[in-house]
Design a protein. Structure first.
Length: 384
């Protein structure tokens, strides 16, 4: 009888440990029908570390690279988002933009693999990623996501996580302008007519009525409405002075008497804010929160869609932001695009924009008065 005694297999270090002790003395796992080994029983931590480095490759049926010590997609995402958060903290990047970067990083991590080495990513991976990103998105949204992915991997090279620029290949590019035009033509006009807005104003709650008027009168979007501070309004003189959160461009907009009256009525019924950061905002939800939330479930978007559904005005693409389309489209008819851009908060990167220090109140009023006449006719209304 042999004196050799076979060693007893060890128990897993913890119930969630993904490997099992194989009879050959190593930790193992069966992946895609093939048995893979990750190290000896006595060093379960090292085996787990190797599994975590190799699993994305193995689960995809690919051979792991010999050198697994380089920067991974997870390393890049963490570094990149930390850098973007610092920009948010200093006011150089909006929270909305950070959320978009975060979502794009999540999509890359999920599709490419958290443990995938940056040096191992090939053009064909970006081609497949583009196909993945395109699902359920229009050309504009897809283009924005592709640009954010490019920014992510550009950061890798500029910050020495890789020693060469990433090769995206010939296909990882934004949709063509033709594709965007075709999509817009298929989607239809992204604005409301005067009679439709009049119906909204007659049916909307006092708060939503004021928001709609600010959308048409001043070109405010969802983020503008949700972040609008009380200090931005001078209801005595009827002016709004408020930088657009997305661009930081200062805006000075004359308010209609109807808009002033609606804002005052909304403020009379303003719910009590529940958190400190909401106390200085014009609009507060019935739960004491901001009307703007990036995702999921923006309160303003939801309430506006309910109104459109009630009036039979909803169709995909026509949302609260479409009121900015109204302000731009109708406001441009007097042919003073400089004044329209100032009201809308658009960036003017021309040399003239660099030298222009102000725009007269008369030019701003000419734009907003034209939009008001389009909406209500020539009759006047005094603010309450």
């Amino acid at each position: 009888m042999s004196n050799h005694t076979k060693s007893a297999k060890p128990a897993k270090p913890h119930p969630d440990y993904p490997l099992f002790p194989h009879g050959n003395g190593q930790w193992a796992k069966k992946v895609r029908g093939k048995l893979c080994f990750f190290g000896v029983w006595r060093d379960a931590d090292a085996a787990l570390s190797l599994w975590n480095k190799q699993k994305d490759y193995l689960l995809e049926g690919r051979r792991p690279p010999a050198n697994l010590d380089g920067a991974t997609v997870r390393d890049l995402a963490n570094r990149f988002l930390s850098a973007k958060q610092r920009l948010v903290d200093t006011g150089e990047l909006t929270h909305r933009s950070f959320v978009d970067y975060f979502a794009t990083c999540g999509a890359v991590l999920s599709f490419v693999g958290k443990s995938r080495l940056l040096d191992d990513i090939q053009p064909e991976d970006f081609e497949k990623l583009r196909e993945h990103l395109a699902k359920g998105r229009g050309p504009v949204s897809l283009g924005n996501n592709i640009q954010r992915v490019r920014s992510l991997f550009k950061y890798a090279f500029e910050n020495r996580l890789v020693d060469r620029p990433m090769l995206f290949g010939s296909e990882f590019k934004k949709p063509s302008r033709k594709a965007i035009r075709q999509q817009r033509a298929k989607r239809g006009v992204m604005m409301f007519e005067a009679h439709e807005i009049q119906r909204m104003l007659k049916t909307a709650s006092p708060h939503l009525e004021a928001m709609i008027l600010l959308g048409v009168n001043a070109g405010l979007g969802n983020s503008d409405i949700g972040n609008l501070p009380l200090s931005a309004l001078d209801l005595t003189t009827g002016w709004l002075t408020f930088p657009r959160p997305k661009t930081g461009i200062e805006r000075r907009v004359p308010l209609w008497a109807e808009t002033v009256s609606a804002i005052r009525e909304s403020l009379e019924h303003r719910p009590e804010p529940k958190v400190a950061e909401v106390k200085e905002l014009v609009f507060v939800t019935k739960r004491g929160q901001s009307w703007f939330r990036v995702k999921p479930g923006n309160p303003l978007s939801q309430e506006f869609k309910k109104l459109l559904d009630e009036l039979g005005l909803y169709r995909p693409g026509r949302n609260f932001y479409a009121l900015r389309h109204v302000a731009e489209t109708i406001g441009g008819e007097p042919r003073d695009q400089v004044a329209v851009n100032a009201i809308m908060g658009h960036v003017d990167s021309t040399m003239a924009g660099h030298y222009r220090e102000r725009i007269s109140d008369e030019r701003l009023r000419a734009v907003t008065d034209h939009v008001r006449e389009w909406l209500f006719g020539k009759s006047t209304k005094k603010a309450k």
